[in-house]
Ligand binder design. Structure first.
Ligand code: NAI
Length: 335
């Protein structure tokens, strides 16, 4: 079957890692027609943070997108194009699988956790104002609708991918109303999914438990802010943002993206590690129903890492983006 996929290659190292992924997927034999499009209308990376409406339309039309990183101004400037894309397309579930790669040095072995983060509300609603000079207020929005929706997504994901246990992460001891509503909504959904073990943990304890004994966790279900923080914390357990994928899922569309940034320090030098975007593309293949291609690309990537001769510079090696890509292609088993 042929698939049409929107490709937003992004900025900085984005085009380099996107090219690598395209080459590997083409070699895997999966038939993808890429519709490549810029993520913002103004290609200047420092200003002009204007989202390209045509990119949104392309994702809506094709229902699936692969996206590289895009730069965002810090403290001021226009809002993030990455966040705007997720919000505009109503990609309410952020999925972050975190798993050891063989041969990648990390603090822990046998980590295998999937984080499901609510992507649309909480303190990320962008509702901030200055009450009086020197005092600002940011609104934390939690709704029963969005909490129930993300809970259903998480429990159904657990069933689909054979996961056994979900920890809901919260601070409802302090934020009794907002995080309380998040928990109540999840409990109601958990009642209908008795085959999945359901637990709750306060976020500060969860962070400590995560760095002491990450193997106790199977899936985490989190509101937006704790999800953002804990997903990077978890990535750090297995080697960092360069070796973990992510997916942003909605009812209509799905966008798969690397979680690292544009890496301006190495952009254009052929040094970028395409692993994160490649792993995101494996999630995309599963989503497209291309299970066999997904497993073959996964096995090839695994083989390259297990052999340990093709580490890019971020992982202490000297292999270029192109040479790494060639190695993965060479490791692909025939169909
Ligand atoms: P960054 O992830 O771009 O870079 C941090 C460090 O990791 C750098 O030393 C970089 O060379 C290295 N690195 C990152 N990805 C790599 C890869 N694939 N291969 C090899 N090395 C890699 O983070 P930074 O510097 O904080 O952000 C740069 C820009 O990226 C900012 O404008 C930021 O807003 C944006 N950004 C975009 C994201 C997205 O599009 N989802 C996510 C994170 C940051």
């Amino acid at each position: 079957m042929r698939h049409k996929v929107t490709l937003i290659a992004g900025e900085g190292i984005g085009p380099e890692v996107a090219t690598a992924v395209r080459r590997i997927l083409a070699a895997s034999g999966v038939l993808i027609d890429w519709e490549e499009i810029e993520g913002r209308t103004d290609s200047s990376q420092d200003q002009g943070q204007v989202i390209n409406e045509a990119a949104i339309e392309a994702v809506r039309r094709n229902h699936v997108a692969l996206k590289g990183p895009m730069a965002t101004a810090i403290a001021g400037g226009a809002p993030s194009v990455n966040v705007a894309l997720r919000r505009t397309l109503n990609l309410y579930a952020n999925v972050r699988p975190v798993k050891n790669l063989p041969g990648v040095k990390s603090r822990f072995e046998n980590v295998d956790i999937v984080l499901i983060r609510e992507n649309t509300e909480d303190l990320y609603s962008g509702l901030e104002h200055e009450v009086v000079p020197g005092v600002v207020e940011s609104l934390k929005i939690i709704t029963e609708r969005a909490s129930t929706r993300i809970a259903r997504f998480a429990f159904e994901y657990a069933r689909k991918y054979g996961r056994k246990k979900i920890h809901a992460i919260h601070k409802a001891n302090i934020m009794k109303l907002s995080d309380g509503l998040f928990l109540h909504s999840i409990r109601a959904v958990a009642e209908h999914h008795k085959d999945i073990e359901y637990k709750e943990m306060i976020v500060d304890n969860a962070c400590m438990q995560m760095v002491l004994n990450p193997q106790q966790f199977d899936m985490l279900l989190l509101p937006n802010l704790y999800g953002d923080v804990m997903s990077d914390l978890c990535a750090g357990l297995v080697g960092g943002l360069g070796v973990v994928p992510s997916a942003n899922m909605g009812d209509e569309s799905a966008m798969f993206e690397a979680v690292h940034g544009t890496a301006p320090d190495i952009a254009g030098k052929g040094l970028a590690n395409p692993t994160a975007l490649l792993m995101s593309s494996i999630l995309m293949l599963d989503h497209l129903g291309e299970r066999s291609a997904a497993r073959r690309v996964e096995a090839a990537l695994d083989k390259v890492y297990r052999e340990g001769n093709h580490h890019t510079r971020d992982l202490g090696g000297t292999t270029s983006t192109n040479a790494f890509t060639d190695a993965v292609i060479a490791a692909l088993q025939p169909k």
